[in-house]
Design a protein around this ligand. Sequence first.
Ligand code: XMP
Length: 505
Amino acid sequence: MILIVDFGSQTAHLIGRRVRDLGVETKIVLPNDAVSAANQFKPKGVILSGGPSSVYAQQALLIDRQIFNFQIPFLGICYGLQLMAHQLGGRVTPGKKKEYGPTVFRIAAQNKLLKGLNREMRVWMSHFDQAVKVPPGATISGSTPSVEIAAFADESKKQYAIQFHPEVHHTEDGGRILSNFIFDICREKADIKTADIIQMTEEIRKKIGKNKAVCALSGGIDSTVAAYLTYQAIGSNLVCFYVDTGLMRENETNQVIDSFKKHFPFRLKVIRAEEIFLKKLEGIIDPEEKRMIIGETFIRVFEENAKKSGAGFLVQGTIYPDVIESKGTEHAEKIKTHHNVGGLPEKHGFKIIEPLRMLYKDEVRLLAKKMKIPNEFIFRHVFPGPGLAVRIIGEVTRDKLDILRKADAIVVEEIKKAGLYEQIWMAFAVFTGVKSTGVTGDERKYGETIAVRVIESKDTMTADWVKLPYRVLERISERIVAEVFEVVRVVYDITTKPPATMEWE
Ligand code: XMP
């Protein structure tokens, strides 16, 4: 939960409402009760609201400084900023002129709170006093034409302050600021209730109206949940597509189609595009080039088919880590590009619907459970957009794909038999492209090397390799060399992330 300290603001309740809209519980308390409430409720973060007083007035409404000793994030809004400046060692003075209503906020230094926002944005202010010196350790993160310190932050202490009001509707991207604070900085999680599902469906219905929407399904949980929510909102005006890139696992396409048909009522069109993908990948060995080609081809194939349906909206299963990562490192951005059928060309003619934008993967799984989506979808291991292409080192060919598919199916089967499938993040085989010498039936055989990668992770950012029981490893190895003719050697990948990524390419 997030604690809101109300300094007499007109909008403290509105802050509470916005936080609750994000699926997070709040408690609004008066300044005098803040410390005891922090002790009692153990909030994940504190928001200090605006208010009409002056920090330097005789009867100034201050807060027990002890509150800042709680090792939790703080967000000061308006008067909250002034209070933090004043009580944490900066300085506040009366402004030269009152500033009410819209103004332009310009980011001076990026931080987690302002992540993903435009450098310049229209915000709403309502104040007279202003901070003229930030607390020691803090830096100015943004200004307006008349206020130099319109935002400051001390990221090491997770203390953030903004002079404008993110909670009011007119502040551009105010919701993003609050969600950055709550989910990214406080690491709070949205709690999913049936009422939230109804509300999410309602919002989708309002946005799409009587129009048509399309969605690309992969069989993964994110796109499945996004599609199902949308289906509940607009019914058969949703058309789903499954693109068979030819880079899928053993029998995956048939299984996915069968599962969808069995469990979901939405219209599903299958696009068979293996030939197109394999042709485009001919001769390509650079991993990034592979990813780019696959992403681009996917979009073109999907677009061509989706346009024919006359849809104006595109539903995507974007989740919160994708949102963060899309502005993160180069590698993360590429992950996102494929993940969401993203890397959409700038002009694609669709309005985007992203119902899961504020959720983490585990929350999507919770939501799926609440929506009674079968476990085979909920616990399916993550599979990368570029599919087996990033698990084949070097050029992707149909022969290599067939070898890899057989080996991979054995890995997954044995992991399932050992009862470990649902506890781990991913288990898969990699076609290493390394040829090595073997001896089979008294004959020398120069064959393929398959690597087995089994990892556990909570949030994709870091991962550890799973200490599989020897008997499981043994079984996997024995079966691969026995059942996949071309393979003479099996190795186990024992690298953490970092430094290695989960996928080999
Ligand atoms: P890495 O290899 O970056 O992967 O440690 C982290 C997680 O993301 C998945 N992954 C992808 N998913 N499109 C996706 O949809 C991609 O291009 C992609 N690359 C990696 C990977 O399988 C792992 O679970």
